[in-house]
Design a protein around this ligand. Structure first.
Ligand code: RTP
Length: 155
């Protein structure tokens, strides 16, 4: 596999079990795709509780940590890596505020979710987290480098 150019920003995005169960996979992928971001890794997995605890390690002191990890490991999750200029920050913008009651209409959570404990999607919150989360969920051989022709018109 070709190494990706260092300047191509990548973020980790997961559709949580509620988003998968509700049939929102295509809807969510479509929003990232139409924006012009590029999908470079994708898989469906049921994370173990231990794995969920690793993913949410930074929140281990929060009162909702245990319930959150139970929830993430309760069913299939779509794990993805998206690439593109500004994808970490803008991906968060597409997703909307953590609490769906506060996320704007037009965002994924604003349009499709109601409560914070069932907010259908996760996105890395910065470059360091993105790097760590991509490494936690994917091996380097699962990340695909390819040239898309649309890129020269969108980027
Ligand atoms: P995420 O990591 O899932 O993208 O969400 P986030 O950055 O927008 O929010 P964060 O503060 O990192 O919280 C992670 C997830 O924990 C759940 N949560 N529950 N009060 C609660 O019950 C509560 N607060 C947060 C949410 O599922 C949130 O996405």
């Amino acid at each position: 596999h070709q190494l990706h150019a260092a300047e191509l920003e990548r973020t980790f995005i997961a559709i949580k079990p509620d988003g998968v169960q509700r049939g929102l996979i295509a809807e969510i992928i479509s929003r990232f795709e139409r924006k012009g971001f590029k999908l470079v890794a994708i898989k469906i997995v049921v994370p173990s509780k231990e794995f969920a605890e690793k993913h949410y390690y930074d929140l281990k002191e929060r009162p909702f940590f245990n319930g959150l990890c139970d929830f993430l490991s309760s069913g299939p999750v779509i794990a993805m890596v998206w690439e593109g200029e500004g994808v970490i920050k803008y991906g968060r913008k597409l997703i909307g505020a953590t609490d769906p009651q506060k996320s704007e209409p037009g965002t994924i959570r604003g349009d499709l979710a109601v409560v914070v404990g069932r907010n259908i999607i996760h996105g890395s919150d910065g470059p360091e987290t993105a790097k760590d989360e991509i490494a936690l969920w994917f091996t380097s051989s699962e990340l695909v480098s390819y040239t898309s022709n649309a890129e020269k018109w969108i980027y």
